[in-house]
Write a protein that binds this ligand. Sequence first.
Ligand code: TNX
Length: 486
Amino acid sequence: MKYVLSLFAVLLVSCGGPIYESDTSLDQLPLIPRPQSVISELGGFGYGSNLEVITDNQELADLQAFIPVESSLENSSGPLVLSLGLKHPSPEAYRLSINRREIRIQGASPAGVFRGIQTLRQILAASNSAPQQPIKVLPLGVIEDWPSVSYRGTMLDVARHFFTVDEVKRYIDQMAQYKINTLHLHLSDDQGWRIEIKAYPRLTGIGAATEVGGGSGGFYTQEDFLELQAYAAQRFIQIIPEIDMPGHTNAAIVAYPELNGNGKTVSPYTGTAVGFSTFDARNEAVYTFVNQVVKELSSLSTSPYFHLGGDESHVTSKEDYLYFVERVGQIIRTHQKTPIGWDEVAQTDLGPGSVAQFWASEKNALAAVDKKMKVLMSPAKKAYLDMQYDSLSPYGLHWAGYISVQDAYNWDPLSYVPGLDADQILGIEAPLWSETISDSSGLEYLAFPRLICVAELGWTPQSLRSWEDFNRRLTEVSYPGNKSSK
Ligand code: TNX
């Protein structure tokens, strides 16, 4: 009975088994994103290294793989029960309750149960046991939780520098911990083409061999893309493919020079300038090409969206730009996808329900809603993960300013652009451009902890957010690339 003196757990023996007491309360734990509602109750739930998982649903049973404890009842107060049937408009809603006899996670769908498991993981990590203490004690209570914004994403630029399948999976795992549900992959740019298109083999044969700074580049086979998509889907994350056009197309044009519209001889590009390349908007071969690319990618992709880029087409005439984007929008719809483009596409008639991704121009964001488009909030001054934290940051750019962790947290995606209503906003996304990073360590330096700020901006309503409270929680947890120097 050496545990009796522990501050952590008072172990009494009653007829039903041991009774545990927790010295922490559920509403004090550093949960991120902060849940919508946490009600604490007195008492504790004890377990050793084991937690028996009970569910009558096979899909939920598969989620056991995400619970970081062994499944058995030995040493535990009771089981972890996973179930569906929660009534809530958001499929990601969940209710997590911990009482003396069991932990229960009920979801509005399997995605909700998965989000609840992430919260449980944070509770387990925050509930320390004393040294040499084999029993961990969790505080009791009920968490009711759901996202305030349905689309919560990040973008990874795999074109300026290529990131391997394993590096992207690592990022997906990190996203999942903070309940991010969308990964936008920027698959093509001037410096590289990164996805196999079977009808145009030189895209990867030639167009994938370059990257910023002269490295060897790389690309995903279609099987790689499916593997990433399946890996993300297990974590209830969608992958949205982007093929950036008509600008940002030098790598495709090097592979297929007949697509070129800037009248110059092209050569591979490994610098970081933008705005010099364009497809030829008046050449039918370009639309044959675009149709094939959209067709092959749309047949692989399970996302309802296809991102056509459309940014910084500085050498495309205005007339050609409008014509091109509208035609590509129609091609995307022919393949049963909804077009998304960077905010410049709001100048075109991309059609109601299509999406403008706001990064720089409030005028474009307002034009988008006039055209019954939705707006995805990615303001460069707040949400660009590739901006330096400050002038000493070893990675990153600063054309939109320096973005400290506090800056990344202190804004509201639903009111950032005056004149936009919340119901016109599809969601929030934090883009990570990769001119200055080429591997997971650079990625993690820029993304963490600022992606965690974005995760909370999308999940937790403004009325429950405060920098002081968030910052306290952030200092109490470990996160990828946790560096105290930031
Ligand atoms: C602007 S933001 C770009 C990208 C660059 C990024 C660097 C946008 C739609 N286009 O081509 O990578 O700045 O921060």
